[in-house]
Design a protein around this ligand. Sequence first.
Ligand code: BG6
Length: 287
Amino acid sequence: MIYIVVGNNSLPKVVLTHASGASAEVYLHGAHVTSWVTAAGEELFFLSRLAEFAPHKPIRGGIPLCWPQFSGQGPLPAHGLVRLEDWELASSETRADGALVATLRLSETPATMALWPHPFTVELMVTLQETALTVAFRATNTGSESFRSQLAFHSYFRIADIHQTAVRGLHEVMYLDAMNEMKPTLENGAEIRFAEETDRVYMDTPDTLQVVDEAKELIINIGKRNLPDAVIWNPWVAKAQRMPDYGDEEYQQMVCAETGRIIDPVVLAPGESWTGSTTFNVCATSG
Ligand code: BG6
């Protein structure tokens, strides 16, 4: 079942409820996935207790969509434009296999044109299956000039304890270290562990990553298509204290493992489209 309800601060959200009991929620504001709950009742996305649900602010948690710019890597506001816009629900369907599919759509607005003079249409297709959630982002250049764009699915995972969390799949991958002036660095560790602020763009990564939550005995598998890069981020103590929409202690229960196309932006000629997607699925560490 797919329906729209009134969410936090009266913002509309799309709710997908799978026959298995799994569910997901997507705010039209930003086409922002804020929740994915397994059939066993486990919430997999972090949402800050201080998240603001306000028309011109991004939501802290879930999956902010960063497009057409990642972070501060260009002249636009951090993470681009579309996480601040109100999207529409373009279609919803239940497939024969029971998968639920909601497609949200946005075209340029006066606000985006004022900052970035390019007509576009973007779509986010959210597919919920019994043990998996897929987000597919499609951008189309509807204008008469080419443009460049980056994309990130800025996924915030809810974990039991950052000290008992590892990210796997990035061994021997080069990353740009935002904690060290974007210095190119080789990942030596078989897995990434967290003991300080971590902010890295891994380049040209394998198409499968894992977030291992040892305390909950869960593994979130992250599969991706057309998205070569991955960002690993945890703000740790001091940055958490500086973020107004984030609790001081929340860095302990959150890790961002983001997929994206960051290093080599997509160039879209007039009329061209491009799609990148990510599938998350969850299993027990013992399974
Ligand atoms: C991460 C960046 O992807 O997003 C960090 O690597 C940034 O540098 C973080 O702090 C959060 O960004 P924002 O704009 O949502 O506070």
